[in-house]
Design a protein around this ligand. Structure first.
Ligand SMILES: [Cu+2]
Length: 114
């Protein structure tokens, strides 16, 4: 009996860790940057093409945002856990960004190529 409970618990843990993304993320077709636990952008640097729409998804337990420091000064609203934001890149270049709430830990860059 004890073994069965352990197997069930493992299954639950794995289900939580590797579960399917929320339904609303299924409509995303462009590149994605995730904010997994805890305090990071994944991947931290992403190369995309001009015209691509990048979507950031907050999968962490904390509120974050996306604020560009170069290339554009666009800033997302505060992203509560489970929410997402998107930005379309219309010019090539290097776009560095941070989360304003955790600027020391959360930095990222989007490299936009023609
Ligand atoms: Cu943050």
């Amino acid at each position: 009996m004890k073994r069965i409970i352990i197997v069930l618990a493992l299954g639950l843990l794995m289900g939580v860790g590797c579960g399917a993304p929320p339904a609303r993320t299924q409509s995303i077709t462009g590149p994605v940057v995730r904010m997994p636990k805890s305090y990071r952008f994944d991947p931290p640097t992403l190369q995309v093409k001009v015209g691509d729409t990048v979507t950031w998804i907050n999968e962490d337990n904390f509120t974050h945002n996306v604020h560009f420091l170069s290339g554009t000064d666009w800033k997302s609203p505060s992203l509560r856990p489970g929410s997402q934001t998107s930005f379309t890149f219309t010019q090539p270049g290097e776009y560095r960004y941070q989360c304003d709430f955790h600027a020391q830990m959360m930095k990222g860059a989007i490299i936009v190529v023609p």
